[in-house]
Design a protein around this ligand. Structure first.
Ligand code: CP
Ligand code: NVA
Length: 322
């Protein structure tokens, strides 16, 4: 399977992107194939204004660098316009129902993205919105990051089949979306988490089912060395996510031994790559020596947020073929 000149097997017919599990392998490949094509066009200076005159509303109740800049820049490159709406500035922050917000925005804009805490808030927004809603981060999932990650892995490794990704750390939103995304495209994933910080049981069951269907493996272990052994990609995220700042000290103790330092990373495959969704805490979940080494592809990942989300927006708003 190659993503260059990919031929879709079925019509891309989704309104929203809330969770990668809602998408087939073919639909994920459509997004990734278009992301590669849009990236090529951007680098070659070829105009690709597929969303000319369209408006994206961007609701943020969480801090962000990558998500905000990639969506806003991406919409502008597609010929559209993006509007930053801070949760504390719009009426949502003063108690206006999400259902009303969804219906009002749907009358004016063509797509909505939201980065917030409760996943149920994003589901509510999608339920009442008539335009596409994109989950740009919830406490439960981070599908846009994983689309960019899959694009990055494909660019570096040229395939998904036969690869193993090791995620070391908290069983959080990143772990969840990686477990679903990797197993959907046929890539094995090993998750190394301490007791009490394991991924959600429902997500684990879905990922196990995907793995069985797509010929890859899911492994959940408390032993970081076992998780990382022979991995082609080693992935980290912070130990205390946004909203968990008060638990920082407690978590640092719980995650002792889970720092991906040179010794742990040496257990991975010889040509293993290091990935991190960022922002990173050097000296906590990863050593500076690993994250700043030639094996690290963190800035390719960050850049691909732009290309992968542009592809997603084009497909949600216009569908395939373009
Ligand atoms: N990785 C990511 O989503 O980063 P931001 O929080 O900066 O958007
Ligand atoms: N788990 C992190 C991811 C940030 C991109 C958080 O939710 O803060």
């Amino acid at each position: 399977m190659t993503l260059e000149n990919y031929t879709p097997q079925a019509k891309f017919a989704h309104k929203d992107m809330l969770c990668l599990q809602d998408y087939t392998k073919d639909e994920i490949f459509q997004i990734l194939a278009l992301a590669l094509e849009l990236k090529k066009k951007k680098k070659a200076g070829v105009s690709h204004e597929y969303l000319k005159g369209k408006t994206l509303a961007m609701i943020f109740t969480k801090s962000s660098t990558r998500t905000r800049v990639s969506f806003e820049t991406g919409m502008q490159q597609l010929g559209g316009h993006a509007m930053f709406l801070s949760g504390s500035d719009i009426q949502l922050g003063r108690g206006e129902p999400i259902s009303d917000t969804a219906q009002v925005l749907s009358r004016m804009v063509d797509c909505i993205m939201i980065s917030t805490y409760a996943h149920s808030d994003i589901e509510q927004l999608a339920k009442y919105s008539t335009v596409p809603v994109i989950n740009a981060l919830s406490d439960y999932l981070h599908p846009c990051q994983v689309l960019a990650d899959l694009q990055t892995i494909y660019e570096h490794k040229g395939r998904f089949e036969g690869l193993k990704l090791a995620y070391i750390g908290d069983g959080n939103n990143m772990a969840h979306s990686l477990m679903l995304g990797c197993t959907k495209v046929g890539m094995s994933i090993s998750v190394g988490c301490p007791e009490g910080y394991m991924p959600d049981a429902g997500i684990t069951a879905l990922a196990a089912q995907n793995a069985a269907e797509n010929g890859c493996r899911l492994c959940i272990t408390q032993d970081p060395a076992e998780a990382i052994k022979d991995a082609d990609i080693v992935y980290c995220d912070v130990w205390a996510s946004m909203g968990q700042e008060a638990e920082q000290e407690k978590r640092c103790k719980a995650f002792a031994g889970y720092c991906v330092d040179e010794k742990l990373f040496s257990l991975a495959a010889k040509d293993a790559k290091f990935m991190h969704c960022l922002p990173a805490h050097r000296g906590e979940e990863v050593s500076a020596g690993v994250i700043d080494s030639p094996a690290s592809i963190i800035f390719d990942q960050a850049e691909n947020r732009l290309h992968a989300q542009k592809a997603l927006m084009v497909l949600l708003v216009n569908g395939w073929p373009l």
